[in-house]
Design a protein around this ligand. Structure first.
Ligand code: GLC
Length: 498
């Protein structure tokens, strides 16, 4: 019976497509709620309204009851409103609430970092204290009490902490359950101890057993300690962060204490957006049955390079945030060897300044072989997925990863490092059985990466039929949200019953 109950879910996130995105969290924050709604659950999203979000385009409107709300952040009284819109869609349109506040959000175009200095905004603690606090104002004003608040990453880490302390005796709120999803443990929201006072949490909470971690106020830890249940975005990553001090970025012991409440649910991909049969952003639609058309997309991508590219020269693509955790330190080391191979390489992304600089220099030095597009460009991202032959994903750690799944669905064979969600989604090609959807390198070093890439390239060049088989193996895999959404619903039900 309980399994059939329609649940009320508030999904709190710091990014959601098509409004704003820096990483995969934004994709998940749209796709999962949409699926939940299709399954008959009531789901609403809450996210900040950053300056770059176009109100008119997205038809964001005022809600009478949610105007001019106030709360305290430390000694400051902060006035904010919550506005409303919907995720685009036909039948199932998920409602999105936007936290609207001029100073912390509306006046800033970027999400977390100052574009001038490249550094995190110094008041990110206050910004995301406000996000957490606004949750309680929202539900109280609306009188809409969710069964579950689904919190995502450090930016919503304080919600479970408020619920279990400040609101523990509030009859309307105390029974609401929380699920805390860790999309990436490398980002923890660590601030000086003085942040604690700003939160308004009881002082007893500001200790190393609760929200302090190594002397810092840690938002992610707050989520881990106080949420009813925790999950991360693949099973391997769930094991890794609870057993490996490095991969847990210092939080292993905290997670170990909650091991029985720590789950792994691999993300799905949105097959309305990432689907070569329907994709409006690519020049030629194709499918496993009409694979020839992929070549035309390849030709469109090839045009971006100087000179002709014959079909024995694989085009390798990568779309990423440019950080060491995504493998850019390794890529930098491997670059001379990469450029010595008969390949073409195209990278699209933003991130760490030092990698920007490096890639710009390399693009200058290797004009015919390598193109770097700094920035975020959705159309180009789709063209790279559709037009490339190989997708290189050398992440040092990867909670789930979405691009390797997009690649497989597009018949673009991934070459990935054996870590986290990459292990759970890419099956290493086995020449004896002909099974596999990509290439997986074991060790995080240049030899291992180049070795596996050379294995891929030699099959691409010398055994085109085998290559086509690998492409098809990937295209036939089901990465849709169907199963993952069911797993989330099961988990919600389990929490609600506890
Ligand atoms: C983060 C992780 C990525 C994951 C995504 C969505 O961006 O780095 O691995 O796929 O969140 O969960």
């Amino acid at each position: 019976m309980a399994g059939k109950k329609s649940l009320k879910i508030l999904f709190v996130t710091s990014e959601v497509i098509p409004f704003m995105k820096t990483g995969g969290l934004a994709d998940v924050s749209a796709a999962l709620p949409q699926r939940l709604l299709q399954h008959g659950h009531q789901v609403r999203i809450l996210a900040p309204k950053y300056g770059a979000i176009d109100e008119r385009k997205h038809k964001i409107h005022e809600v009478v009851r949610l105007q001019d709300l106030t709360t305290q952040i430390g000694k400051k009284e902060v006035t904010f409103s919550i506005r409303s819109s919907f995720l685009p869609g036909q039948k199932h349109r998920v409602q999105v609430y936007f936290l609207d506040e001029p100073n912390y959000f509306a006046s800033r175009h970027s999400l977390y970092t100052d574009p001038l200095s490249g550094k995190d905004f110094s008041d990110n603690d206050e910004r995301f204290i406000l996000l957490a606090k606004s949750v309680f104002e929202l539900i109280k004003q609306l009188g809409w009490y969710p069964d579950i608040i689904h919190c995502n990453d450090w930016q919503s880490g304080l919600i479970p902490a408020y619920l279990k302390t400040v609101y523990k005796d509030d009859e309307d709120i105390q029974n609401i359950k929380t699920l805390f999803t860790i999309h990436n443990i490398a980002y923890q929201g660590a601030f000086g101890k003085s942040t604690c006072k700003k939160t308004g949490l009881p002082e007893s909470v500001c200790t190393e057993t609760k929200v302090l971690h190594k002397g810092k106020f840690n938002f992610l830890k707050a989520g881990i300690v106080y949420a009813d249940t925790i999950n991360t975005v693949s099973q391997t990553y769930a094991k890794e962060i609870a057993s490996d001090p490095k991969l847990s970025f210092g939080l292993m012991d905290v997670l170990k204490k909650r091991k029985s409440d720590l789950h792994g649910i691999v993300n799905g991909i949105d097959m309305n957006i990432w689907n070569p049969e329907k994709d409006k952003l690519i020049p030629h639609k194709y499918s496993v049955k009409k694979l020839d058309k992929k070549k035309e997309n390849r030709a469109a991508l090839a045009e971006k390079f100087n000179g002709e590219i014959d079909d024995k020269t694989p085009i390798i693509g990568n779309i990423s945030r440019l950080y060491s955790t995504k493998g850019f330190d390794l890529l930098q080391k491997a670059f001379p060897k990469l450029m010595a191979m008969n390949i073409r390489l195209v990278i699209l992304g933003t991130g760490d300044k030092k990698f920007h600089q490096f890639l710009e220099e390399m693009a200058f030095d290797h004009k015919d072989k390598f193109i770097f597009y700094p920035g975020f460009d959705d159309k180009l991202a789709h063209l790279i997925e559709a037009g490339a032959d190989i997708y290189l994903m050398p992440s040092k750690t990867e909670p789930c990863g979405l691009n390797q799944m997009y690649s497989m669905v597009y018949g673009t064979v991934p070459v990935v490092h054996a870590t986290g969600g990459l292990i759970d989604t890419v099956q290493n090609f086995d020449e004896k059985t002909g099974e596999g959807t990509g290439f997986v390198f074991e060790k995080y070093n240049v030899t291992s990466l180049i070795g596996e890439l050379k294995r891929a390239v030699s099959i691409f060049v010398e055994q085109p039929e085998t290559w086509t088989k690998i492409m098809k193996n990937g295209m036939k895999r089901d990465f849709s949200w169907l199963n993952s959404a069911k797993n989330y619903i099961e988990l919600y039900n389990k929490i609600v019953q506890e």
